[in-house]
Design a protein around this ligand. Structure first.
Ligand SMILES: Nc1nc2c(ncn2[C@@H]2O[C@H](COP(=O)(O)OP(=O)(O)OP(=O)(O)O)[C@@H](O)[C@H]2O)c(=O)[nH]1
Ligand SMILES: [Mg+2]
Length: 392
């Protein structure tokens, strides 16, 4: 009998505790949530002191509710440990082998053609063909071939070293751009930098947001993620999972099919409130028509600009889609002012020539490259490492 009374008292106490937590939870439309721990706030303290409460949708939080850890005491599950990602510097060199594996076919083919005893018209045609097959694009392929032809004539000698140096110089000239490749991710005028990530579905936008958040955290910055791909709920979960691992908070909509511009606005507001360094906004890639796309991305940008400037618009392109990817790029460039390109899946069957083609086509530099599915397989693009990898 006494045992029953004790049991009832214990159940009542637990029920009161849980009920209290549910009642005290903030109920903004868009909330800053942290993945699996979202119902019971299990995550540890985050980097900024002002980092508490809701996402800036006007929800008041007078006293913080007791955390699950406080309620459950010794029975609380272990706190998830945050990962410490490596800094971004030197990543491309570290990942160079991966690039070399997929690209060296093209470099080797060019080197062996250029080393032939006789460089007749047919050989030059073959050289041009190799370049076109490597996704360089027809016009640049013709130009590179013509440049090489002139150099061979002028220099006369063709030792293997000469040929290599000549080709290296030519490829570098094609890959290098006057525009800076650095990402504008520094706070300015007391506000976080805002990065909008756009592109066709499946190109790697969400993965890039996640990897970029990690790399920024690795460089010592604080990041807020905005899940403005409200097209499907799983997209926000995917982003949140990336953020959770490194302590970057995700602002997402509670309801499905919410207005992406409103989520983006809340993410930027949260970033400002929390004094974050960077706000990364993931967008949807699946839209019915070019007009829909134009309306949606235009609105996201305009609405964010009510709070602060958009510092980078990164267009994510899947390098394995070659000329098709280029067509998509053109559409996006018409819709938003793209400031940088992220070429993903350069580790796969991609042909590196796409770097040259896309930069020429859009007049925008490749700023980042995806070199694998691993969390730290995103690197700032470095032309010299890239060309050396092509040449094997
Ligand atoms: N090998 C390789 N795979 C990548 C890279 N970047 C992304 N992926 C993979 O590409 C697939 C699609 O990535 P997502 O990030 O979901 O693409 P998304 O653009 O957000 O897609 P939607 O949200 O559907 O528009 C995933 O399986 C990623 O792991 C890369 O650099 N290399
Ligand atoms: Mg996505």
């Amino acid at each position: 009998m006494t045992a029953y009374i004790i049991l009832i008292v214990v159940i009542a106490v637990v029920a009161l505790g849980v009920g209290g937590t549910v009642l005290l939870r903030p109920r903004g439309m868009h909330g800053v949530r942290r993945g699996r721990a979202r119902e019971l706030d299990l995550t540890g303290p985050l980097p900024k002191a002002s980092d508490q409460g809701s996402s800036g949708t006007g929800t008041a939080t007078a006293a913080p509710p007791p955390t699950a850890a406080e309620l459950l005491g010794p029975f609380a599950p272990p706190q998830p440990t945050l990962e410490k990602p490596p800094p971004s510097a030197g990543r491309m060199v570290r990942l160079r082998a991966r690039l070399a594996r997929s690209q060296s076919g093209f470099g080797n083919a060019l080197l062996s053609l250029l080393s032939r005893d006789r460089l007749d018209d047919d050989t030059w045609d073959e050289i041009e063909e190799v370049l076109i097959t490597a996704d360089v694009g027809v016009t640049p392929a013709r130009q590179i071939t013509a440049d090489l032809r002139t150099k061979v004539k002028v220099e006369g000698t063709r030792t293997p070293q000469d040929v290599r140096a000549m080709l290296r110089g030519e490829l570098l000239a094609q890959v290098e751009t006057a525009a800076s490749r650095s990402l504008r991710t520094q706070r300015h005028e007391g506000r976080p930098a805002v990065v909008l990530v756009v592109g066709v579905n499946g190109t790697g936008k969400t993965t890039t947001c996640g990897k970029l958040a990690r790399s920024l955290v690795g460089d010592g910055q604080t990041v807020v993620l905005g899940a403005a791909d409200t097209f499907r709920a799983a997209a926000a979960d995917q982003l949140e999972t990336w953020g959770d691992r490194v302590g970057a908070k995700t602002v997402r909509s509670v309801k499905e099919q919410a207005d992406p511009a409103s989520v983006a606005f809340d993410a930027v507001s949260a970033g400002i409130e929390q004094e974050a360094d960077v706000v990364l906004i993931d967008t949807a890639g699946r839209l019915h028509t070019k007009n829909d796309l134009m309306d949606e991305l235009g609105k996201v940008k305009r609405v964010v600009e009510k709070r602060t400037s958009v510092d980078e618009v990164l267009l994510v392109l899947d390098a394995t889609t070659g000329q098709n990817g280029l067509r998509q790029a053109r559409v996006f460039a018409e819709v938003v002012d793209v400031t940088g390109i992220v070429l993903t899946k350069l580790d796969g069957t991609a042909k590196g020539g796409i770097v040259i083609a896309v930069q020429r086509e859009l007049g925008v530099p490749v700023k980042l490259v995806g070199l694998g599915e691993g969390p730290d397989d995103l690197a700032p693009f470095d032309p010299v490492t890239f060309v050396d990898a092509i040449l094997g």
